[in-house]
Design a protein around this ligand. Structure first.
Ligand code: DOR
Ligand code: ZN
Length: 343
């Protein structure tokens, strides 16, 4: 197969940042995706519908003239997000999810949730109005091994939360383990998961290839090969509970190549192309359209996109760096060849 044509896909998890940084990265996402669920972990985070709508305006203001791209906004859940804010978000028609960052779990999560029980009234409202909870699923208990934090979160927090709110729509974001795959498979149709391209393409060895590789560091951190295989199986299975979310998370080069480097991998420059590589390796290119363009929209009750994109089998070289505001970022596969190109 030398050409793949897909219904225009959506990215159900992306970090677009703000200001000049956003201006640098936005076009990469808008060229490939018709819509994207935009993360609210700005500094300060987007806690209210009004803040999310202003951010939406800034995104629209930076779009290239000819772009047809719709940002789908999210709120940042805190210990004291009032249920009324959920009603406002739902009424706006522009807020499509509420992001749960356990406090301290990852980049800009310090204002996140310290104890899920503090949010029960808010979750109750979300369950009532059908606004999905988008979950960064990692335990923040420092005693738990970093490679076990997703599994611990599922057991200790997510499972009990769903028992309490059995109809709450939940997207377990950027899953990284077989445990997460199995959890999503056996729970109801109200629970789904996004999978990144980098977690389909790399296992944790990629962090230490001949030396420490900060540009392969993200959260949740890459896992063992057996987990990567489980993710590939899930993504290519045709199961509508699994869909595309890049978690493309740009950071300036200096912030990653540092004594304490930031978590996040930039993939928006080649997002759908990177997924095509993973699906082709699994002999499942025929499953890419469902994963990238159908399942997520259905979960979020969005109409299917019109139009299509085409990928052609043609080598291109990823630049060593890309502009990022006044700085530079190092994209995934910098300096390497990608065998699929957006037509
Ligand atoms: O690797 C990550 N980067 N994981 C996250 O959860 C946050 C993200 C970011 O915002 O940089
Ligand atoms: Zn993310």
């Amino acid at each position: 197969m030398d050409r793949i044509t897909l219904r225009r896909p959506d990215d159900f998890h992306v970090h677009l940042r703000d200001g000049p940084a956003m201006a640098s990265v936005l076009a990469d996402t808008a060229r490939r995706f018709a819509r994207a669920i935009v993360m609210p972990n700005l500094k300060p985070p987007l806690r209210t519908t009004a803040q999310a709508l202003h951010y939406r305006d800034r995104i629209l203001g930076e779009l290239p003239e000819d772009a047809e791209f719709e940002p789908l906004m999210t709120l940042y859940l805190t210990d004291d997000t009032p249920p009324e804010e959920i009603s406002r978000a739902k009424l706006s028609g522009r807020v499509h999810g509420v992001k749960l960052y356990p406090a301290g779990a990852t980049t800009h999560s310090d204002a996140g949730v310290t104890r899920i029980s503090r949010c029960f009234h808010t979750l109750e409202k979300m369950e009532e109005v059908g606004l999905p909870l988008l979950v960064h699923g990692e335990s923040t208990d420092p005693a738990i091994d970093v490679f076990d934090r997703e599994q611990a979160f599922i057991e200790e927090t997510l499972g009990p939360t769903l028992e309490r709110f059995p109809r709450l729509k939940v997207v377990l974001e950027h899953i990284t383990t077989r445990d997460a795959v199995q959890f999503v498979e056996v729970t109801g149709a109200n629970v789904a998961a996004t999978i990144t391209a980098h977690h389909l393409l790399m296992n944790r060895n990629a962090l230490f290839m001949g030396g420490i590789r900060p540009h392969h560091y993200c959260l949740p951190v890459l896992k063992r090969e057996e987990h990567r295989e489980a993710l590939v199986e899930a993504a290519t299975s045709g199961n509508p509970k699994f869909f595309l979310g890049t978690d493309s998370a740009p950071h300036a080069r200096a912030a990653k190549e540092a004594g304490c480097g930031c978590a996040g991998i930039y993939t928006a420059h080649g997002a759908i192309e990177l997924y095509a590589i993973a699906f082709e390796e699994a002999h499942a290119l025929d499953q890419l359209e469902g994963f990238a363009s159908v399942h997520g929209a259905r979960f979020y009750n969005l109409p299917p996109n019109r139009g299509s994109i085409t990928l052609v089998r043609e080598d291109w070289t990823v630049p060593e760096t890309l502009a990022f505001g006044g700085e530079a970022l190092v994209p995934l596969r910098a300096g390497e060849t990608i065998p699929w190109k957006l037509a």
